[in-house]
Design a protein around this ligand. Structure first.
Ligand SMILES: [Zn+2]
Length: 83
């Protein structure tokens, strides 16, 4: 079945994610479930700007910061990211 003018929008930039940390406008490198990461973000003294979002996106810099706390919090759990 071929249709012209597909229902799907195949655009590259519309879904570009920006870091969720207030005041940060860098492109997001990681996106994590809010339930999972929110506490670590708070402990890192960072504020998330979109309070209603179910996911938190972090740029490389903020991910580095949050990861330190996050890893401590999840010590003992075996989690693999990325792969
Ligand atoms: Zn950031």
């Amino acid at each position: 079945m071929l249709t012209t003018g597909s229902a799907f929008e195949v655009s590259q930039v519309s879904t570009e994610k920006i870091c969720s940390i207030a005041g940060c406008r860098k492109p997001a490198k990681r996106s994590l479930k809010r339930d999972r990461i929110a506490e670590s973000v708070t402990k890192s003294n960072l504020n998330v700007k979109d309070a209603r979002s179910r996911k938190i996106s972090l740029c490389a810099d903020h991910w580095k910061t949050v990861k330190k706390v996050f890893k401590k919090d999840t010590k003992g759990e075996r989690l693999r990211w990325g792969h």
